[in-house]
Design a protein around this ligand. Structure first.
Ligand SMILES: [Zn+2]
Length: 185
């Protein structure tokens, strides 16, 4: 699958390890949000979108994150360190939402995202830089950081010229704004 667009939202230095959030579009058709550029011990890497794993409270059956110490629903104490361990004995707290099947594709995707990240980093040093909008901010994205609407509009307008086009990232809103197709005769 061809990677047809990557958008990068730099995180600055507010966060120790998270350097950027990214969206990638494949074949001008499918957008995947919430890829992360992370400073790792062995250099930067790209983490695929993931969700926190949960389990159920023994008392009420409510769902809680594996690191939660008390049930969100009933307040019961929850056992510590109940997350399953990975091959290296570390607790497994997240599961991928989307991920490449083959190592070669993972490496190609990571290389593209890191290249886009470094390009964005260079652009951010220029005067008048506006951060890109990703179209779908993750839940934990901090407010006051969504000043990228101008960039979105420009990219969206250019992309709308194509079929699904790069306008796909704003997704539903862009599609909804498009005029309905005329009825067939
Ligand atoms: Zn409970």
């Amino acid at each position: 699958m061809e990677i047809t667009e990557i958008r990068v939202r730099l995180m600055g230095r507010r966060n120790d390890k998270l350097r950027a959030l990214c969206s990638a579009t494949f074949d001008n058709s499918l957008a995947i949000h919430d890829l992360k550029v992370i400073d790792g011990a062995k250099g930067q890497f790209v983490a695929m979108p993931s969700r926190k794993l949960t389990d159920r409270c023994a008392r009420c059956g409510g769902k809680n994150h594996l690191q939660a110490r008390f049930c969100n629903d009933c307040g019961a104490g929850l056992p510590a360190e109940r997350a399953p361990k990975d091959g290296r004995g570390r607790p497994r707290l997240h599961a991928d939402v989307a991920h490449p099947i083959h190592a070669a594709y993972r490496e190609a995707l990571q290389a593209r995202v890191l290249a886009a990240f470094h390009d964005e980093l260079e652009r951010s040093k220029l005067p008048g830089y506006r951060p890109a909008a990703l179209g779908d901010e993750p839940e934990d994205f901090e407010e006051g950081d969504a000043a990228g609407s101008v960039t979105t509009a420009a990219v969206g307008a250019a992309g709308a010229a194509g079929a699904a086009g790069a306008a796909g990232i704003p997704g539903m809103s862009a599609m909804a704004a498009r005029a309905p197709e005329p009825p067939r005769p």
